[in-house]
Design a protein around this ligand. Structure first.
Ligand SMILES: *Cc1c(COP(=O)(O)O)cnc(C)c1O
Length: 373
């Protein structure tokens, strides 16, 4: 799905020099490169603060705790996401409450989210899935009306933007109380290992997060509370600082590739929406077919021709054994979407020739033409 090495030659010298520099200083834990990258990351997003953590899952867990979620508190989220989104709610002793999704954007449906609000609801956790911003106007309105915290899962949406209130372009992750990010290698800003970040504009949350990631201590060996060992590695921070300088161009390349895909596929599948008020970051390029049979047929054809493809996500979370205890009967939109979507290879260096081979193969799959090879 991603050619991890395609973009490496361009940054190799700089990356290797930065890593050597950390090796020579041996400031591996919370070295100055972490602080520097946090400042750069916050500034890029237009957030006041950023806190580097060990991975995107910890970013979620620490943000949920810092937002004050306590035992039994309900957090409304989408079932159409990676399990990190919901397992971290449970790990903070909260209860994930799944609402259905929007059939066009595959993101949390604010109307169904409102129906799921109870006296125990404390937060909403939207995911900007594939890099498509969730409906933040409605989500923020709900949060205000019901006094809820908002934690945005931006693991797939770094560089995606949303026009808040119809006129104010904001990066995803800067509209709610916290934005959480993953630097897993296959994300839009990928580390050479694991890494994560939380952004916030709230000074109290910021101070809480800094303590939480480092055993609850604000000063060495002084613990007002328990915390975790979840710090962003200095080596990863040094590498990410260099990659961050290229992210604008890489996002543009992703968007150009998506446009080419759209052009080739729009008559045979639902291609990703790009509404006026959203700028997509295309971590994944995902199309949707009329029915499961067509999707499965196309997928088989791609695989038979050794073209990478994947389903994000084949079994929605409310249908997983891990959540059987929640006793959720059905979220019909989500169940239809999980059975009809398919993601195609997406990374900035994907060539026109590769796009043509991939899209031709999708078309062949639909028309039941035997593989060329
Ligand atoms: C990748 C991902 C995460 C988890 O990030 P890690 O860095 O792998 O822990 C969380 N939420 C979503 C939506 C993701 O795609």
């Amino acid at each position: 799905m991603v050619d991890m090495l395609a973009g490496y030659p361009e940054i190799k010298d700089e990356v290797e020099a930065s890593v050597k520099n950390v090796f020579n200083k041996a400031n591996f834990i919370l070295g100055e490169e972490v602080n520097k990258f946090e400042k750069e990351f916050a500034s890029f997003n237009g957030a006041k603060y950023a806190v580097g953590v060990a991975n995107g899952t910890d970013a979620l867990r620490l943000a949920i705790i810092a937002c004050g979620i306590k035992k039994g508190d309900e957090v409304i989220t989408t079932p159409f996401t990676f399990i990190a989104t919901s397992e971290t709610i449970s790990q903070a002793q909260g209860v994930p409450v799944f609402a259905d999704i929007n059939p066009a954007t595959y993101n949390l449906d604010p109307e169904d989210a409102e129906r799921k609000i109870t006296s125990k609801t404390k937060a909403i956790l939207p995911v900007h899935l594939y890099g498509h911003p969730a409906e933040m106007d409605k989500i923020m309105e709900l949060a205000q009306k019901h006094n809820l915290k908002v934690i945005e899962d931006c693991a797939q949406s770094f560089t995606a933007k949303y026009k808040l209130g119809g006129n104010d372009w904001k990066y995803t992750g800067t509209m709610g109380n916290c934005g959480t990010y993953s630097f897993f290698p296959a994300k839009n800003l990928g580390a050479f290992g694991d890494g994560g970040m939380i952004t916030t504009n709230d000074e109290n949350i910021y101070n809480e997060l800094k303590a939480l990631r480092n055993h609850g201590s604000k000063e060495q060996y002084i613990h007002d509370m328990e915390g975790y060992n979840s710090r962003l590695d200095t080596v990863q921070a040094a590498i990410l600082s260099i990659k961050l300088k290229h992210i604008g161009k890489w996002t543009e390349q992703r968007n150009n590739i998506a446009e080419k895909y759209n052009l080739a596929l729009k008559n045979i599948a639902n291609v990703p929406l790009t509404p006026e008020n959203c700028k997509h970051s295309f971590n994944y390029y995902t199309i949707k077919f009329a029915d499961r049979e067509t999707r499965d047929k196309v997928q088989k054809h791609l695989s038979a021709n050794e073209i990478a493809n994947n389903i994000y996500y084949p079994i929605a979370l409310h249908r997983q054994k891990a959540y059987a205890h929640l006793g959720i009967k059905s979220l019909p939109v989500c169940e239809n979407v999980q059975n009809t979507v398919l993601s195609l290879p997406m990374y900035p260096e994907l060539s026109d020739e590769q796009i043509k081979i991939i899209t031709d193969c999708v078309k062949e799959g639909i028309h039941d033409i035997a593989a060329k090879k």
